[in-house]
Ligand binder design. Structure first.
Ligand SMILES: [Zn+2]
Length: 169
């Protein structure tokens, strides 16, 4: 199940984000490996916590009592560039950030990334300590971030090429 929501989004905007999501998720993880999971993407202003942490995008995973996973991706609406000339360019940064967060969604769905209680998390079976909020390199050196930053560019180019072939970018 996929839902895209945000008061600031038009029908066309949602259609573009949905297309980027489906095209990328189908590449990252076959549908039959996603179970009955839900993916909810929200584009809005940041809340208090996100403002404090200066986040522009996040991905959270909740696991229900039956084991059903709900992935919630949030994107800051201020990264939309409404004055850009093409619809695609308006959403360029939003899509880049979305694809980064989809890699985290894939990591959660495959069980590669597991949130721990308190200050630890697991990635591919290994336990890591969460970096402090002000630890810049600690953040970038996390294995799940290395994968996300390393793959987001290629995934973006792949999506852009597909749109170009369609005549939509
Ligand atoms: Zn990340």
């Amino acid at each position: 199940m996929l839902r895209i929501q945000g008061d600031c989004l038009s029908k066309e905007d949602k259609k573009l984000l949905k297309k980027a999501t489906i095209y990328t998720m189908d590449y990252l993880l076959p549908r039959n490996q996603r179970g009955d999971s839900r993916l909810i993407i929200t584009v809005s202003d940041p809340d208090e916590e996100q403002t404090k942490l200066k986040n522009k995008a996040t991905c959270q995973c909740n696991i229900g009592p039956t084991g059903r996973k709900t992935l919630r991706i949030w994107l800051d609406k201020s990264i939309i560039r409404r004055r850009a000339k093409t619809h695609f360019n308006q959403f360029k940064i939003t899509i880049q950030d979305l694809l980064h967060e989809l890699i985290h969604a894939k990591q959660y769905l495959k069980g590669e990334l597991v949130d721990g209680s308190g200050q630890y998390y697991k990635f591919c079976g290994k336990r890591y300590r969460l970096p402090d909020d002000d630890d810049l390199m600690g953040y970038y050196e996390q294995p799940h971030e290395i994968e996300a930053y390393g793959r987001e560019r290629g995934l973006f180019k792949r999506f852009e090429e597909m749109l170009k072939e369609e005549g939509n970018a």
